[in-house]
Unconditional design. Structure first.
Ligand SMILES: Nc1ncnc2c1ncn2[C@@H]1O[C@H](COP(=O)(O)OP(=O)(O)OP(=O)(O)O)[C@@H](O)[C@H]1O
Ligand SMILES: [Mg+2]
Length: 245
């Protein structure tokens, strides 16, 4: 028996993003293989969200983007600024239904998929009928995550998915996300300024500083022995927050 050959779910080669005042991202390369979980960490302003935007092919008005990009057509995204993932003018279930329809899931299966996804995220079945603004922050963020997951993507890109939440809620959501990704062997790009958080899900990490990769490698190695000052600062911050390497 031969092992199935892994294939990349996402790849950037020589990504450059230039703004009116100069370069914001300079020659960034990254690859995420099937089922792999990659963290992108870096201080505020280092280019994490821009990298995600460029990878996802989002419009970046006023910026010049160049380089090669490949992204699995089956990618789910949860972007920074939590509420933006859910349309406040549409009930949660309707948004899931539209995503499933877009993915070609037949009507007869959609209701069951929606109920199952809500349940996996410990959301009541009633959440299907709920308006986003009537949910608590934690429920809303789980509902937004569900919208990225309901189509069973091959890759999830999540930018600071729990930044606005208290530590207990954050912990709960990370555990649920990890369980779901494990069960489905879904690849992940997890973006955060918090190396401790990334360490809980991602075996490999790239550290951004000033729009470049300053270090990359196994998360455990970087936590134990950061080579670049930017990484060292992130490790210190993670330790201060109570994580021991
Ligand atoms: N549309 C834009 N026009 C001009 N500059 C931009 C634009 N978007 C981002 N930038 C700049 O690019 C740099 C990287 O921004 P980015 O949002 O990627 O940072 P980040 O690492 O995600 O930070 P944070 O942790 O605060 O979310 C910043 O200096 C930012 O001001
Ligand atoms: Mg950001």
């Amino acid at each position: 028996m031969t092992e199935p050959v892994p294939h990349p779910e996402a790849r950037l080669q020589g990504l450059c993003v230039d703004g009116p005042a100069g370069p914001l991202i300079s020659g960034l390369d990254l690859t995420v293989e099937s089922g792999e979980r990659l963290g992108i960490v870096g201080p505020s302003g280092s280019g994490k969200t821009l990298t995600a935007g460029a990878l996802l092919g989002l419009p970046l008005p006023g910026l010049r983007v160049s380089g090669d990009r490949y992204l699995s057509p089956r990618t789910g995204a949860l972007l920074q600024e939590s509420a933006s993932a859910l349309n406040p003018l549409m009930r949660v279930g309707r948004q899931y239904d539209l995503a499933l329809r877009g993915a070609g899931v037949p009507r007869a299966e959609r209701r069951e998929r929606i109920d199952r996804q809500l349940k996996e995220l410990a959301l009541d079945a009633d959440t299907r009928r709920a308006w986003p603004l009537h949910l608590s922050g934690g429920q809303r963020q789980r509902a937004a995550l569900g919208l990225a997951l309901v189509t069973e993507p091959e890759l999830v890109v999540a930018d600071e998915p729990t930044a606005a939440l208290d530590a207990l809620t954050q912990n709960e959501i990370l555990l649920m996300l990890r369980r779901i990704l494990d069960a489905r062997a879904t690849a992940l790009i997890l973006i955060s300024h918090d190396l401790a958080l990334v360490a809980r899900l991602c075996e490999r990490v790239v550290v951004l500083g000033g729009g470049r990769i300053v270090e990359e490698g196994p998360t455990a190695d970087i936590l134990a022995e950061p080579q670049h000052p930017t990484s060292a600062r992130l490790v210190d911050a993670a330790r201060t927050l109570g994580v021991t390497a």
